[in-house]
Design a protein around this ligand. Sequence first.
Ligand SMILES: Nc1ncnc2c1ncn2[C@@H]1O[C@H](COP(=O)(O)OP(=O)(O)OP(=O)(O)O)[C@@H](O)[C@H]1O
Length: 301
Amino acid sequence: MYCLETKDIFHRYSNDDVVLDGISLQVPQGSIYGFLGPNGAGKTTTLRLILGLLRKQRGAISIFGKSFDAHRTEILRNVGSLIESPSLYDHLTATENLALLQKIYRVSRERIDKVLELVGLSGTGHKKISQFSLGMKQRLSIAVALLHGPSLLVLDEPTNGLDPNGIVEMRDLLKRLNREDGITIVISSHLLSEIEKLVTHVGIVHGGRMMFQGTLDELRLKRQQMAAVTLGTNDDRQALHILSEDAPNARIVDGRIVMPAMSNEQIAGINRRLVERGVDVHALGIAGGDLETIFMDLVGR
Ligand SMILES: Nc1ncnc2c1ncn2[C@@H]1O[C@H](COP(=O)(O)OP(=O)(O)OP(=O)(O)O)[C@@H](O)[C@H]1O
């Protein structure tokens, strides 16, 4: 069973442009799911639909195995979210901010201390939010999202604007919440590199369509498949001629011979054959296989 599943979600704002066109997300229970896509891809719209902040036009959403339409209140009681900046009162402390929400959520006073401890803000005492760093504010926003004890967290670009240190702190916090409290997390980002060290699963959206969905390992396998072998020789034309059987797709790009990914044995064989036929090989490398490049390739740059 998926913790969160959407089937064929479609959305169009009033200006007629189709913004989401068949988004089907499958977020396994206990996973950290990275929802990736460039600016304007449709991430926020999808997350707003999932949280019932926008009216669904077509498709189906189920959370905790139940239809969102039929069990909305019950489901939302168990979901925490951070979409855009939450309204925190700048002139109040972290505890005072949470105390306001504690009354609305009707949770125990101890829960405030618990969530502040979870996000590493226990020691902030009388410090007002206006004196908080952006990283501290973001962590307090996560505390707000956690106050009612949800088992699913939906976070829209929570690392936006954070410095590298803030990003690492946020990553550690989310990993801990996932590992120690078993919270399933959906986190959107436009940078794969920023969440690569955090997520177990990835969904990539572009232009309102899903380009990829799977585990991080499956994305890495794609990386291997999309990586290219590059060769530098003293006579590229002659080399291409020699390689016409071994690597019929080889081509010259920017003064290098580029071939599809192949095994180490095949690479060694090609090198041997070229040298035996009198072509000098002065460079041999692998290119284009980093995850960020695959991401860019998938979304068509
Ligand atoms: N309220 C709105 N009215 C009309 N169009 C909108 C509205 N909100 C978003 N859009 C458009 O919908 C598309 C998807 O926007 P969305 O905010 O979902 O993308 P995103 O992937 O979250 O991007 P970003 O990372 O920039 O927030 C964009 O073309 C955007 O301009």
